[in-house]
Design a protein around this ligand. Structure first.
Ligand SMILES: [Zn+2]
Ligand SMILES: [Zn+2]
Length: 363
C-alpha cells in the first residue's frame, strides 16, 4: 500500500474514477501522487460505496480475483510467446529452397514467408497486450477489485436497487492501470517498465484499430516483451516454471503417450537460450548462456526423435568438480558422475553410463 489509505478502507471506499481528465482522481493537490505517499484526505472524492464487503456478494456478483486474473494473464503471455517461437522456427523450412521455377520473376521464399506470417505476429502482439492488461489488473485486484471499476456515472443504474454482475460494469481504461498501481498498489512499477507497457498497448491498438502493418513486431520483440512483462509483474526468473506449467496443463498432458510435451519444452528452451542475448538469458531464465550445455538424464529417456535430443541442462554450480545438472526443460536437478568418455572430450555421465555430451554409452 503506497498511500496511507489503509487496505480495508480501499475495499470500503471508491476513489472516484481513474480518468486523468477527471481532476478528482488522482488527488487534486498532488501532481504526481504515484511518486510519493499521499493521505486519505488528498482524495477529494472518497465515497463510501456500500460498507464492508458482504460475504454473499450481494452488491456486485463475481468480482475478479488476483489469482484468476494472474492465471489468465500468464496463459495469454504463453500463447503470445508460443506463436512467436513457432513463426520464428517456421523460417527454417524455406531457407535454401530455390523459388518457384515456373514463376516469371525470381521468388524469394524466405521473404514471402515473413510477409505471410505478419497476421500471426499481429495476433501474438494482441495476445501479449491481453495478458499484460490482465496481469496489471491482478495487481490492482490484490488491493481491491473495486478499484478497477470505471466512473460512478457509468455504473448501471439498476445496481443501486438490485444485485448486479461484475460484467455489467465498465472497467477503467488500460492506460490508467500503471497509475492506479503506483498510487494504491503494494509496490510501484519502474518508469522504464511503464514506458514498455505504453509501447505494448499502443502497438496492439495500431494493429487492431487500423490494421497497421508497420506496427507488427518481430518474433524477437514479442519474446523479449513477454519475458519483460513476466519479470516485472510476476517475479524474477519466473518464466521457466510458468512455461513448463503451461505446457503440462491438461488435457494434452494426460494423453501425451509419446513425450511430445518434453520435445516441445526442449525445443522452446533451446530456442530461448540460442536467440536471447546473454544478459537476457541471465535476467529472464536465471542461467548463464555461456555455460556448456548437456543432455538431461531424464528428458533424454523420453520417446524422442534423435533430432529432439537437445542439450538444455547446465552444471550447478558451474565447476569442473560439480556433480549436479539443472535442466531448464524439466526444472529438476539431476546427479551425474564424472567419467571420461571415449568418444568425445566430455566427462559428464548419467547413472546409466550415457555420456551427456555425445549420447554414447561408456563401455
Ligand atoms: Zn530435463
Ligand atoms: Zn561423449
Amino acid at each position: 500500500m503506497l498511500s496511507t489509505v489503509p487496505p480495508l478502507a480501499v475495499s470500503l471506499y471508491g476513489l472516484g474514477n481513474g480518468r486523468s481528465r477527471d481532476a478528482r482522481w488522482p488527488p487534486h493537490r498532488l501532481r504526481e501522487p504515484a511518486e510519493r505517499g499521499c493521505q486519505r484526505g488528498d482524495f477529494r472524492r472518497l465515497i463510501r460505496v456500500g460498507g464492508p464487503p458482504r460475504s454473499d456478494n450481494a452488491v456486485i456478483g463475481d468480482p475478479p480475483t488476483k489469482p484468476d486474473l494472474e492465471a489468465a494473464g500468464v496463459e495469454y503471455l504463453y500463447m503470445a510467446l508460443n506463436e512467436a517461437i513457432s513463426v520464428a522456427q517456421g523460417e527454417e523450412f524455406f531457407i535454401g529452397i530455390p523459388g518457384d521455377p515456373e514463376a516469371e520473376e525470381e521468388v524469394d521464399l524466405v521473404k514471402e514467408y515473413w510477409v505471410s506470417t505478419r497476421r500471426q505476429l499481429a495476433k501474438s502482439a494482441s495476445l501479449l497486450q491481453m495478458g499484460t492488461e490482465l496481469l496489471l489488473k491482478s495487481r490492482v485486484a490484490e488491493v481491491s477489485p473495486y478499484l478497477l471499476l470505471d466512473s460512478v456515472s457509468s455504473w448501471p443504474k439498476a445496481a443501486s436497487k438490485a444485485d448486479c454482475n461484475w460484467d455489467d460494469f465498465r472497467t477503467i481504461d488500460a492506460r490508467l492501470l500503471p497509475q492506479v498501481i503506483n498510487t494504491v498498489g503494494q509496490s510501484r512499477l519502474a518508469d522504464e517498465f511503464i514506458a514498455t507497457l505504453d509501447r505494448i498497448r499502443k502497438r496492439r491498438n495500431a494493429i487492431v484499430h487500423s490494421a497497421s502493418e508497420k506496427a507488427v513486431p518481430t518474433c524477437e520483440e514479442i519474446v523479449h516483451d513477454v519475458l519483460e512483462v513476466a519479470h516485472n509483474l510476476i517475479g524474477t526468473h519466473c518464466w521457466p516454471a510458468l512455461h513448463r506449467a503451461q505446457a503440462w496443463a491438461p488435457p494434452f498432458s494426460r494423453v501425451d503417450y509419446h513425450d511430445q510435451i518434453t520435445v516441445e519444452l526442449l525445443d522452446d528452451f533451446s530456442f530461448l537460450l540460442d536467440s536471447l542475448r546473454p544478459a537476457d538469458v541471465r535476467k529472464y531464465l536465471g542461467i548463464s548462456k555461456k555455460q556448456r550445455r548437456y543432455l538431461c538424464p531424464s528428458c533424454r529417456l523420453g520417446d524422442l526423435p534423435a533430432e529432439a535430443r537437445i542439450k538444455v541442462a547446465v552444471l550447478q554450480p558451474n565447476r569442473a568438480s560439480s556433480t549436479t545438472l539443472f535442466c531448464i526443460a524439466c526444472g529438476d536437478l539431476h546427479s551425474i558422475r564424472r567419467k571420461q568418455c571415449a568418444d568425445c572430450p566430455g566427462n559428464v555421465v548419467d547413472d546409466d553410463g550415457c555420456c551427456l555430451s555425445c549420447a554414447e554409452y561408456l563401455s
